[in-house]
Design a protein around this ligand. Structure first.
Ligand SMILES: NC(=O)c1ccc[n+]([C@@H]2O[C@H](COP(=O)([O-])OP(=O)(O)OC[C@H]3O[C@@H](n4cnc5c(N)ncnc54)[C@H](O)[C@@H]3O)[C@@H](O)[C@H]2O)c1
Ligand SMILES: [Zn+2]
Ligand SMILES: [Zn+2]
Length: 351
């Protein structure tokens, strides 16, 4: 095996640097993964690439970037019990303490231990934009054969996040779903909601190319321009009622408000898009229409494991949302495209 490896870092100000570093060796309970695919998330753009905005769990520590890693295990450290050399794995993108309440529930994302005990790959410890990744065995999820490495990378954050929000709201065939923001996470909401039985999906975005992509891959039945007329159109498509379920995947205040206003009476609404603030008339918008509002952050290790199994059963390939693939050497171009916000998912592919 090579003694060194390439790794991509994001110093801020829309810069991308590539360096050569020693290849790590797995310690106790750790595995070395040869990276095969590592996708770019909206959070990488928002909180790291443009400028280092994050605090706490979103504070980027100058490490190798990439929190959506997938690859093949090439070495295991002492004490590993489940993962072996040759296994194809998705890496749940945060390693937690394993002892706090949230970790015991499988939600290492919201582990309450301070850094460096809680560390997100690509945020506080080296991530997937590299030839190899040093991972905790506890964060590895076996990738079933029908799914590609790119499918796996997309599960590691985006599809996992979308599945969690829909699962938490118990989405089924009784629901129509409104999704505001048709970036990669919004596309995942549409595709998964349909697989879970939703009878119709309506999406909104300010980007025409993103609306077109959402319709082309069947993530939505109707893609609406996110303008003043959108609420009226959502009502028009739902017999004047609104959708039983709405999910904001934009983080934009106007889109969050539309998600709430487009939710049917007694319906459920989830906030998934991050950042920003929102102001609304609570009585008129939330209380009197009897709406249940959810916050949902990533997913649990167990639910991610469940998701890869379901994707196979549903014959759903997350990579249908991918429009751009680049080699590791082209990471700067990959980030430039992702930053434009007009494409589907952008992935670094290592082979
Ligand atoms: N909750 C979580 O666990 C979690 C996990 C991953 C990502 N995220 C967040 O989810 C969001 C989506 O991620 P992504 O990778 O798809 O990002 P993205 O930035 O590619 O997608 C956001 C989309 O929202 C659209 N948008 C902007 N303003 C809008 C408006 N007023 N109405 C409708 N659409 C509008 C944009 O055009 C864009 O297509 C980001 O905020 C990201 O940080 C949250
Ligand atoms: Zn992410
Ligand atoms: Zn913990």
């Amino acid at each position: 095996m090579e003694a060194t490896m390439r790794g991509v870092r994001l110093p801020g100000g829309r810069r991308v640097t590539m360096g050569e570093v020693p290849r790590p060796d797995p310690g106790h309970g750790q595995v070395l993964v040869r990276m095969k695919a590592s996708s770019i998330c909206g959070s990488d753009i928002r909180a790291i690439y443009r400028e280092h905005l994050g605090h706490g769990p979103e504070a980027y520590q100058g490490v190798i970037a990439g929190h959506e890693p997938c690859g093949e295990v090439v070495a295991v450290g002492p004490g590993c019990v489940r993962v072996g050399v040759g296994d194809r794995v998705v890496i749940y993108h945060i390693a937690g303490c394993g002892r706090c309440h949230d970790c015991r529930e499988g939600y290492m994302i919201s582990c309450t231990a301070p850094a460096p005990t809680r560390a997100g790959y690509g945020w506080q410890r080296d991530g997937g934009h590299a030839d190899f990744l040093l991972a905790e065995e506890s964060t590895c999820i076996p990738l079933p054969a029908p799914l590609s490495y790119v499918d796996g990378a997309l599960v590691a954050c985006g599809f996992g996040t979308a599945y969690e929000a829909l699962r938490r709201m118990g989405v089924s065939g009784r629901d129509r779903v409104l999704v505001t923001g048709l970036g990669p996470v919004g596309l995942a909401i549409g595709l998964l909601a349909k697989a879970m039985g939703a009878s119709a999906v309506i999406g909104t975005d300010v980007s025409a190319p993103r609306r077109a992509l959402a319709e082309r891959i069947g993530a939505v039945d109707h893609a609406l321009a996110a303008d003043e007329g959108a609420l009226e159109q959502v009502k028009g498509l739902t017999d004047g009622e609104g959708c039983e379920v709405a999910v904001d995947c934009s983080g934009a205040p106007a889109a969050r408000l539309l998600a709430l206003q487009g939710t049917r009476r007694f319906g459920r609404c989830a906030m998934v898009g991050e950042g920003n603030r929102i102001e609304f008339d609570v009585s008129q918008t939330l209380i009197h229409p009897q709406i249940t509002l959810y916050g949902s952050w990533v997913t649990s290790v167990g639910h991610m494991e469940e998701l890869v199994e379901k994707l196979v059963a549903w014959n759903l390939k997350p990579e249908v949302t991918v429009t751009h693939r680049f080699g590791l050497d082209q990471a700067a171009e990959a980030y430039r495209i992702a930053d434009e916000g007009q494409s589907g998912k952008v992935v670094l592919v290592m082979e």
